[in-house]
Design a protein around this ligand. Structure first.
Ligand SMILES: CC(C)(COP(=O)(O)OP(=O)(O)OC[C@H]1O[C@@H](n2cnc3c(N)ncnc32)[C@H](O)[C@@H]1OP(=O)(O)O)[C@@H](O)C(=O)NCCC(=O)NCCS
Length: 205
């Protein structure tokens, strides 16, 4: 398995990246920001993405997005092809994109929003902390990305204060405090359930 910084030679994988992201979101039944092949190509081109290849077969992908005048960067669009899951590949891609973010944008806070337990676990192990949305970028372009998510009405209803996703932040300037290295998965699952009951029930009324 080759895990590398992407470039123009990887344009041919833009379509399969989009299809795999869309297909996985459909199966999970969760909301996701939609991405077009053109959007993915831009990320492949600017040296801000990591791609994993098994020979010439697509295995995984994740990219860096820069927000709010480089104060914030997000590691977004993490996807591992179903044929390569549960082998630790996402963890390796996440680490590679985190290291690339720290190298290219050493002063930026790194953040993400997610409903996925796997992503929460990996972020936590890298030093991210769960935070309220008010701690994340207020760049409207970032939040516009949520418009294609099926839960966007919740974000609108709460005036962008909360949604089904949990915000997570790595602050390079935060004081290092010794904390458990593993996320408390049960607590996260419980929080997710509470949010779903609260928001989705309201929606059905
Ligand atoms: C989520 C995803 C990226 C995980 O890829 P993967 O290569 O199978 O993950 P890894 O094998 O590296 O596992 C990383 C950690 O997540 C855990 N994990 C993996 N899939 C999980 C799942 N579906 N639910 C809960 N935990 C999961 C693993 O147990 C591991 O944790 P551990 O270190 O405590 O054992 C992959 O399933 C995927 O592409 N899913 C669809 C897209 C998606 O959900 N993207 C995230 C958008 S928010």
């Amino acid at each position: 398995m080759e895990i590398v910084i992407a470039n123009e030679s990887h344009f041919k994988y833009a379509q399969i990246i989009c299809d795999t992201i869309a297909e996985s979101a459909k199966i999970r039944g969760t909301g996701i920001a939609k991405r077009t092949p053109e959007y993915i190509m831009k990320r492949l081109q600017n040296g801000n993405a990591i791609i994993a290849l098994d020979g010439d077969k697509f295995a995984g992908f994740c990219y860096i997005e820069v927000w709010g005048n480089k104060d914030f960067v997000a590691n977004s669009g993490l996807i591992v092809h179903p044929d390569y899951r549960n082998q630790g590949l996402a963890k390796q891609i996440k680490k590679a994109v985190f290291d690339l973010s720290r190298k290219k944008f050493p002063d930026a806070k790194i953040f993400g929003i997610t409903t996925g337990l796997a992503v929460m676990k990996m972020n936590y192990e890298l030093g991210y902390k769960p935070v309220t949305f008010s701690e994340l970028t207020d760049d409207p372009e970032f939040w516009k990305g949520c418009q294609t998510c099926k839960n966007f009405d919740i974000l609108t209803r709460t005036e962008q204060k909360m949604c089904l996703c949990t915000g997570m932040l790595y602050d390079p300037n935060a004081k290092k405090v010794e904390e458990p290295k593993k996320l408390n998965s049960k607590a996260f699952q419980r929080l997710k359930q509470i949010k779903e009951t609260l928001f989705l029930k309201k929606k059905q009324k």
